[in-house]
Design a protein around this ligand. Structure first.
Ligand code: F6P
Length: 548
């Protein structure tokens, strides 16, 4: 297969990028009144405006040529139809059938995937209805009031991001809590106010071997058993979501309390599986299905829309343009909607664990920048923290601004202030203000010339900073499902173009392995041997201090 860098479209983009770096978006907008119409896509759930990027029609044609040369359409079909595109683990990548509300039949290795998904959904419905209606009773025959999800990474971020985003849709039948960190402070804090008789624990782990999750689950079992004086209580208070039934059973979870997921669902794409059970418990199963419907709507758009009108494809191409060709190294996610306060954390895992890699799928070093680091914060809060850097530092940080036309928690006057800032920021980042304008403004304020000379350079904003604007109609289970699926598909397209294996995560293994060796040294008299002098020194110091 041809190296990406040998493609004519790739080389043309490099040459084009050199020219475009000399351009300013102000001039591009001045030259073309139809820029917004040309560079925006309207979908039922959202509007994507990408006109405030350093692009022209030629840029987009060349990026689309690259997408074609990389056979995005072909790879897309391979994913949807269950080819083993997770090459390093030889697995299919099938988060899309989890939310295929058309229930299109799909077989994998002779198994009917659609049937398995529907059976698990039916089990989730029965279970969540039973708990929410108070028919599932704890060891002392009391109804469940609180659910604690124990899981980390993909077994935490998806459901927690969604329950946080959709709080307004909860009828508060149950209080849902999340424990992900192995720092005991978190589980202690969560359990402190809870009554063990009324708590249901979900141990969510695809592998059911993750140390953090197993440690927290063991602590939760001890907490329950020390309150109930009855080991049998575990059967009424613990359920598991996992692809490793045997491990869950060995842990002590009753077989009927295990919800299946499968090795063809990646952890960071697993929200749509039974990993989403906390969402169904919190909001009700109907709302969970609406979340799936929203994602399915985005799947259909991604699969069917021509590349030029395809929102996930465009987001991926623009990221590649900004990072690989124009040199940006990080990307900000800036939601102007309180409900999306965990979105940047969610997308950090989704994009960085997927594509933060430095060999191609042929195992060769990549010779070009791949994906940016992802970071972000809620809109207005970020403005008073790091936007200074976005506007005036020498580093260009492309940013996605995500807002809603309608607030789900309207408070008179607030939404207009929020959205005025939302629109103003992308405009300011794009247009900036030059020194002549700064001087003219200061002069109208009757400033002395020496003050103007001193201050003017500091007030210059170069502008020309790329942003995408995603405007949702309103955050609902459905539109949120579409938004998350939009980013999932963006990540897929990025991976294909950059020739990155997006669906493994070997990079988290090395530290995990070292941690288990070090843990043994911390817990025993074993000396801190086999380490560099820094690590050995730190471990010895820690052991000396803890033994005081
Ligand atoms: O951080 C690595 C990782 O494997 C993620 O990909 C995954 O989402 C997380 O750990 C949790 O894994 P598991 O669901 O197997 O406990």
């Amino acid at each position: 297969m041809t190296a990406r860098t040998s493609l004519a479209s790739w080389q043309a983009l490099h040459a084009h990028a050199r020219q475009m770096k000399q351009q300013h978006m102000n001039d591009l907008f001045a030259a073309d009144a139809r820029r917004f119409d040309k560079f925006s896509i309207q979908l039922p759930s959202l509007l994507l405006d990408y006109s405030k990027n350093l692009i022209t029609e030629q840029t987009m044609q060349q990026l689309l040529a690259l997408a074609q040369d990389c056979d995005i359409s072909g790879w897309r079909e391979k994913m949807f139809t269950g080819e083993a595109i997770n090459r390093t683990e030889n697995r299919a990548v099938l988060h899309t059938p989890l939310r295929n509300r058309s229930k299109t039949p799909l077989e994998l290795d002779g198994e009917n995937i659609t049937l398995q998904v529907e059976q698990t959904l039916a089990k989730m419905k029965n279970f969540s209805d039973k708990v929410r209606q108070g028919h599932w009773k704890g060891y002392s025959d009391k109804r469940i009031t609180d659910v604690v999800n124990i899981g980390v990474g993909g077994s935490n971020l998806g459901p927690q991001t969604v329950t946080e985003a959709l709080k307004q849709y909860s009828d508060n039948s149950l209080n849902v809590h999340y424990v992900s960190n192995v720092d005991g402070a978190q589980i202690a804090e969560v359990l402190r106010p809870l009554n063990p008789e009324k708590v249901l624990f979900i141990v969510s782990s695809k592998t059911f071997t993750t140390t953090e999750t197993m440690t927290n689950a063991a602590t939760a079992v001890k907490w329950l058993v020390s309150a109930s004086f009855d080991e049998q209580a575990v059967a009424k208070h613990f359920i598991a979501v996992t692809a490793s039934r045997d491990n869950a059973k060995a842990f002590g979870i009753a077989a009927e309390n295990i919800f299946d997921m499968w090795d063809w669902v990646g952890g960071r794409f697993s929200l749509w599986s039974a990993i989403g059970l906390p969402v169904a418990l919190d909001l009700g199963f109907k709302q969970f299905i609406e979340l799936l419907e929203g994602a399915h709507e985005m799947d259909r758009h991604f699969r069917q829309a021509p590349l030029a009108d395809n929102a996930p494809v465009m987001l991926a191409l623009l990221s590649i343009w900004n990072c690989t060709f124009l040199g940006a190294q990080s990307q900000a996610i800036l939601p102007y909607d309180q409900s999306l306060h965990m979105l940047s954390a969610y997308l950090q895992q989704a994009e960085m664990e997927s594509n933060g890699k430095s060999v191609t799928w042929h195992g060769e070093p990549v010779s070009y920048p791949t994906v940016p680091s992802i970071w972000g914060e809620l809109g207005i809060n970020g403005q008073h923290a790091f936007y200074q850097y976005l506007h005036q530092s020498n580093n260009i940080v492309p940013a996605d601004f995500i807002g809603s036309v309608e607030s789900i928690t309207p408070v008179r006057g607030h939404h207009e202030t929020l959205m005025a800032n939302f629109f103003a920021q992308t405009q300011a980042l794009m247009s900036g203000v030059d020194e002549a304008q700064v001087r003219a403004d200061l002069a109208t304020k009757d400033r002395q010339q020496d003050y103007i000379d001193k201050v003017a350079p500091h007030k210059v904003h170069k502008g020309n900073r790329p942003t995408n604007t995603i405007l949702m109609e309103r955050i609902t289970p459905k539109t949120l499902g579409s938004l998350i699926a939009l980013y999932e598909h963006k990540i897929f397209v990025q991976g294909i173009i950059l020739q990155i294996c997006s669906f493994d995560q070997w990079g988290v293994e090395l530290g995990k392995g070292l941690a288990s060796k070090i843990q043994h040294q911390l817990e025993t008299d074993e000396t801190a041997a086999g380490h560099d002098s820094s690590t050995a020194g730190l471990i010895s110091y820690y052991k000396k201090m803890t033994s005081k």
